[in-house]
Design a binder for this molecule. Structure first.
Ligand code: FES
Ligand code: FES
Length: 217
């Protein structure tokens, strides 16, 4: 790591993924060869603590057009920042419309847009979201005016428990950004990364096609 980068890390202003991985990787190697006696273990622990590995840093994220500065660990996901992080001014970000369901990239409940593309926020490290435009479900409505996709979900009764709905809406937004007039098959493919345990799929697909029609007018 260059001296300049080291300084940035110590200042807590920025961190690259490479730095995190380097630090964590070095720690793992040191831990693997740690001796067994308690004294030796203590010495090994001390030397691990002195390694240039980074466990926490302050990063900036652009979420819904606003910049948030948050302290994160190397393992912190974007989802966890959106829902639980407190920014450096003491304000909770509190964007809980993005749902944490499986937390392992299987259900799509945590879908947000990153530079316009849909991603599972539970599978994105917060540090990797630096410099990207993050869009969450909270930014779709304008005041009391819902986004056409949200309106269509309500009009077509495209939900039961509603837990999967924000993820579906965000995937639909990403789809319609790229393809304003999708066929039913294209809608199904565009939403294939989202699961609905209530089985509301037919109405969800209908709603997305209706929203597409409305947005084309
Ligand atoms: S919570 Fe992220 S994919 Fe399920
Ligand atoms: S509406 Fe309940 S999981 Fe989809």
């Amino acid at each position: 790591m260059s001296e300049e980068k080291d300084k940035k890390v110590q200042d807590g202003t920025t961190i690259s993924r490479r730095s995190f991985i380097k630090g964590v990787g070095t720690g793992v190697v040191a831990a693997t060869v740690a001796p067994t006696s308690l004294v030796e273990k203590a010495e090994a622990q001390q030397s691990i603590d002195e390694l240039p590995g980074v466990t926490e840093a302050t990063i900036s994220l652009n979420i819904n057009g606003r910049t948030y500065k948050v302290k994160v660990e190397s393992r912190t996901t974007l989802l966890s920042v959106l829902r639980d992080a407190i920014d450096v001014n003491g304000e909770r970000i509190d964007l809980t419309g993005t749902k944490q369901i499986c937390d392992r990239g299987e259900c799509g409940g945590c879908t947000v847009l990153m530079d316009g593309k849909s991603v599972y926020s539970c599978m994105i490290l917060a540090i990797d979201a630096q410099g990207k435009e993050i869009t969450t479900i909270e930014s779709l409505a304008e005041g009391d005016k819902l986004h056409p996709i949200q309106e269509a979900f309500i009009e077509h009764d495209a939900l039961q428990c509603g837990f999967c709905t924000p993820g579906f809406v965000m995937s639909a937004k990403a789809l319609l950004n790229e393809n304003p007039d999708p066929t039913l098959e294209e809608v199904k493919r565009g939403l294939a990364g989202n699961l609905c345990r209530c089985g509301a799929y037919p109405r969800i697909f209908e709603a997305v096609q209706a929203a597409a029609k409305r947005m084309r007018v």
